[in-house]
Design a protein around this ligand. Sequence first.
Ligand code: HEM
Ligand code: HEM
Length: 179
Amino acid sequence: MESYNTISKWFHWITVALMAVALPVGFVIQHITDKDEGATKLVFYAIHESAGVTLFVVVLLRLLWRLRHPAPPLPPSVPRPLRAAAAAVHHSLYALLLVQPVLGFVATNAWGFPLRGATAYLGFIDFPVVMEKNVALAEVVQNLHTIIGWSILALLVLHIGGVIFHQAIRRDGLLLRMV
Ligand code: HEM
Ligand code: HEM
């Protein structure tokens, strides 16, 4: 069975690593208490937002690469509904991975809490402020960010569940296409 090319594999697993940071840290932030006047919480914000911004750049580059290097054809044994399901999950993931960091970035600016100082990108790169504080906008965008966070989690359950299904039940070795 034909594999993805090496660059596509690297893009995939770098995405996995960044997602393994961005998603859980995002869910955890609200539970970090401010015993040390918020200093720890700010570190969590910086980690979450840095991973998310990096993910955005990686996904953009990944999609540019993907346009010129299509996925290898699936083996004929994979039935049509399964192909359609996989494509739908992959396309949705790509779309949400692009939208989610933009919403996060807009939210931070609208809260008046941009990626500067203690929450600078990677801890030391101050980003420009793109808009004035606007709490009404921040609330809407933050809610969307939460909904899309849960949607990404649901898609990943389908995605990883799909891989396990192929490995354990269909036993067609599909995982090897990406490793
Ligand atoms: C693909 C990348 C990202 C994912 C998957 C993601 C996911 C999440 C999730 C799941 C939450 C928790 C939502 C909740 O339970 O209410 C969250 C919160 C948040 N995210 Fe992101 N996020 C991403 C990128 C970003 C970026 C790039 C920024 C900012 C530049 C950002 C800023 C925030 C902020 C400010 C919160 C609120 C945390 C709090 O106060 O509780 N996110 N994110
Ligand atoms: C343990 C976790 C993961 C495993 C084992 C895994 C495995 C795989 C495999 C085997 C494929 C190739 C499917 C095929 O043969 O057609 C694939 C494709 C893909 N994966 Fe994952 N994946 C994981 C996590 C993730 C995460 C966290 C994301 C994104 C947030 C992701 C996004 C994608 C996308 C978008 C594709 C489609 C690639 C393309 O055709 O352009 N995966 N994954």
